[in-house]
Write a protein that binds this ligand. Sequence first.
Ligand SMILES: C[C@H](NC(=O)[C@@H](N)CCCCN)C(=O)O
Length: 447
Amino acid sequence: MVQKISDSVAARWTVLIAVSLTMMCGYFMCDVMSPLKTLLQEIMGWDSVEYGVFSSSYGWLNVILLMLIVGGVILDKKGARFTGVFATGVMLIGAVLKYYGIEFIDPTIRTTLPFFGEMRLQLLVTSLGYAIFAFGYETMGITATKIIVRWFKGKEMALALGMQVAFARLGTMLAMVAPIPIYNMFGKLSTPILFCTVLLLFGFAIFMVFVVMDRKLDKERAQEALADDEKFRFSDILLIFRNRGFWYIAMLCLLFYAAVFPFLKFATEFMIIKFNVNPEYAGIIPGLLPLGTLFLTPLFGGIYDKKGKGATIMLIGTLMLVGVYITFSITGLNHWLVAVAMMIVLGIAFSLVPSAMWPSVAKIIPMERLGSAYALIFWVQNIGLAGVPLVVGIVLDKYGKVGDSYDYTYPVYIFLALCLTSVIFALLLKREDRVKGYGLEKPNIKK
Ligand SMILES: C[C@H](NC(=O)[C@@H](N)CCCCN)C(=O)O
């Protein structure tokens, strides 16, 4: 008897690796500028507000123009193969524009824009590139998540989502650790971006492996007349909006991620200023965060698959993050070992919450609305990812300037406030699960 592709362990893990590698390249590009903040200041003259504007351009298309939601609708209407190819192409266009901005535009040229006023042309072009990249990247993110749920539902779903997040963290870790050595080797700020762009091309090629396999799965499902179940209707969005569990998880996502990814954008400089780490190695300590999550996210995902306790796992993760920022806020604690220890705790927290969060969405929202549901959650999350770096940049510039350096006290309070609020939503979600019986505390693997 010929084995069905939907039952083949090798097939679904091949799909997972192909999609995860594509995402990993995206994550590398997403944060490649973070360790370069101080150099951007020294070489191009960007101040903290300009760096904040660049970081917040992440949300120009996704949040303000609602493109991320458009991406989710495209996914549910056109399917994962089309959307994945489209999104990866968009990421590439954005990456090239970002590279062009840093490599070819003179940082002293200024331009005037209707709402923004006067700004550096280089900042504008680079930010536009980043905004376009972010649209492709986030659309690819929801596509990857939906692909994995489609291939793994009822099987090792949380483990698989955890593995995908692990690959993603590998990309973030590369982004923390590699740019400064690449810059030192070539002496140009644009070379790390070029490096990522070439990797993205590789990611585009590897995605084609998924395209071929998914076509086979579609044929098999069409024979079993399952395909029609997965048709999307616009009214589905309203149904998602009415779901309270969905909003709790979306708010938890917004607050928790806003306390982690935007922090990483400033973490290298924070290590230098608060913990007196040598600038040469300062990227290594934040790089420990993704390193830990690399192994722990699949581990916790596996635990969720077999033992359940998804809502509890998310609550523990948010509480640990609170502990980290309380420690960062204590003035006298500035030995580099404290920074290392806190990065490890942050890594555990940042493994716990995503390992339980993403599979839990699939328990609250049915499959045919999942693309739109992930898109809406990512949209809410993007408000924080785009807004918090801008707020932190402004706060640093206005209240944190100490000569040529910065005092990070207020930014740490901002991050602490975000994760304290995330604890409230983790508690609300746990209660809602008890009331509605979503099964967040139950294992994912069906016996
Ligand atoms: C899987 C999840 N992805 C996201 O949350 C995306 N919206 C990307 C955010 C990454 C920003 N650098 C995750 O990474 O845990």
